[in-house]
Design a protein around this ligand. Sequence first.
Ligand code: ASP
Length: 447
Amino acid sequence: MNEVKEKKKLGLTTKIFISLIAGAIVGIALNMFAADVDFVQNVLVNGVFYVVGQGFIRLMQMLVVPLVFCSLICGATAIGDSKTLGKVGVKIIGFYIFTTMMAVAVALGIGLLIKPGMGLDMSQIQTAEVTASSDSVSFAETLLNIIPKNPIGALANGEMLQVIVFALIIGVILAKLQDKTQLVTNFFQQGNDIMMEMTMMVMGLAPIGVFCLISKTFAGLGFSAMVPMFKYMGAVLLALFIQCCGIYQILLALLTRLNPLRFLKKFAPVMGFAFSTATSNATIPMNIDTLEEKIGVNRRISSFTIPLGATINMDGTSIMQGVAVVFVAQAFGIQLTPADYLTVIATATLASIGTAGVPSVGLVTLAMVFDSVGLPVAGIGLIMGIDRILDMARTAVNITGDAVCTTIVAHQDGALNKSVFNFTTLAGYVHWKLTGKKVLGVGDASG
Ligand code: ASP
């Protein structure tokens, strides 16, 4: 069953890449040779490509509210349920939120530095109304707006922050009431399954959607769209690199005194797996195993923190979202205020909690980040075509963030066996496996 899914997913990746390239070629050709042909422009570019491309975006938008709502309720129920919640739970959630906020800040900084969207004049090709956040709201107002006056209204209007708050409260209460509300818990769990399935179905249409969106973009802009696209990709990859090899490793060195290079070397296969599958969820078992056998983290901690991280901690995803905000704002000529940037940090952090650890969901929750600062959701169409490769890279960072935070918390909790981490040879590891496990308690060897 899993194998079948795996094959399907790999097929989809290839298809999306092919439609991306084909879309760019067709678009550039139309721009060069058929810019004045009315039929091509009216029927093909502004007809078929526009309708199919926008239809695909609407399908993605359709998923956002129910997907985030159900997945957050399930996530919160799972946390409240766990016996391990308590000191470790609070600590790990704190680290997860802190690293995600750092990630968005890095992304915004890199975006503002590289200016990927400059030189891309969307007004040439975009007729959809641009909803700039001209009426900037005060910080106090922004804070108050997190609390929904009417939760049903929040759901209906797609007020994502309010939806998230309401979902978290429901999740915590479901966890508290346990058997009494088992039916409702099951209802939301099944709702979550349905939304995941629907996401897969919509993503199945991605090759067609991507082809139409990219063809239309390039038909309007020609070659000039290439440079900003590459700049956007470069900015996301650079920010991912800084987060993974800079921020995480500094935190690791400062808080655990482990050698960051050795950590990266030992952890690289897990990153490779996450990269090739673009799925945090699928990486959970390998992550827990590697943390135990190569880094020395006791499963008591990781069996709780790694699945939790794969569900709520998506630093790589929030990096993509931060850069995308800057990119699209620049492309549409929308001026963002400092309050807008703070809102982006808050919503991207919450979006990371609501993003499921499967391919492409980060693109769905991006709609809510755009919405929070009044950026046109149609801007997602611009980056959708190149998102697949970025999805792979950001998933590798997502799961590295989970592992780093887990290692730090394990260290602080006396559940990190440094002698395992310091084994560099297979012989040393085998020796530990054969002898050490029986002799050493987890706490004995830490430090
Ligand atoms: N593919 C990502 C993950 O599984 C989620 C996303 O950013 O779409 O971690």
